[in-house]
Design a protein around this ligand. Structure first.
Ligand code: URA
Length: 203
């Protein structure tokens, strides 16, 4: 019979990523967010920092870590003598998840489904940037990077390999803004700074 052109009728690969992050409808978070917040930083960055999700200010500005958590992170970067422009900054989830409390939009922790839906974007960033060290900031980031259940406590001072990259874990910067009791804000901030300093040495 007549030869059929190779591509004729071939379906799109399943679960193809939309062409832009802002068009992503893989979960429902886009509905209540201002915009998607992509990662930023040099393509060849040796260090990638992964947060949880954009906060209120990040959602409005379209840039990661510019609000209160970003201030804590900037301070830790300074202490680690790591220039912010040299690292790639991103989040496990790219849309802001929130609940209204009065006039304020309160952060809501993303669910496993949302982290899973957004994992393709994080994978794309890791494949493109090819960092030597990935620093997971908090439990959500750690699970997103390792793609499995993992307890932050078990990984705090114990880097693990993920392909060619070394994965290090520390607290989320916003934890330093609210922690009380078990440890002090200063201890949390110090752990973040020490982890970044170690990442700089290892990258
Ligand atoms: N918290 C995060 O995890 N990421 C941001 O970009 C801002 C706050």
């Amino acid at each position: 019979g007549k030869p059929v052109p190779m591509e004729a009728g071939r379906a799109q690969p399943p679960r193809a990523l939309p062409s832009t992050l802002d068009q992503c409808r893989r979960c429902e978070l886009w509905r209540h967010a201002t915009q998607a917040v992509p990662g930023c930083g040099p393509q060849g960055a040796r260090i990638m920092l992964v947060g949880e999700q954009p906060g209120d200010q990040e959602d409005l500005a379209g840039q990661p870590f510019i609000g209160p958590a970003g201030q804590v992170l900037d301070d830790a970067l300074r202490r680690a003598e790591l220039a912010r422009e040299t690292v790639y900054l991103t989040n496990a989830v790219k849309h802001f998840k929130w609940v209204a409390r009065g006039k304020r939009r309160m952060h809501k922790t993303p669910g496993q489904r949302e982290v899973e839906a957004c994992a393709a974007w994080l994978e794309e960033e890791i494949a493109r940037v090819k960092p030597r060290v990935i620093v997971a900031l908090g439990a959500t980031a750690l699970r997103a990077v390792l793609r499995r259940a993992a307890a932050l406590q078990d990984h705090l001072d114990a880097p693990v390999l993920r392909g060619d990259a070394l994965v290090m874990a520390t607290y989320h910067p916003s934890y330093a803004l609210r922690v009380q009791g078990v440890r002090t804000p200063a201890q949390v901030a110090a752990h973040i700074a020490e982890t970044l300093a170690r990442a700089r040495q290892l990258a």
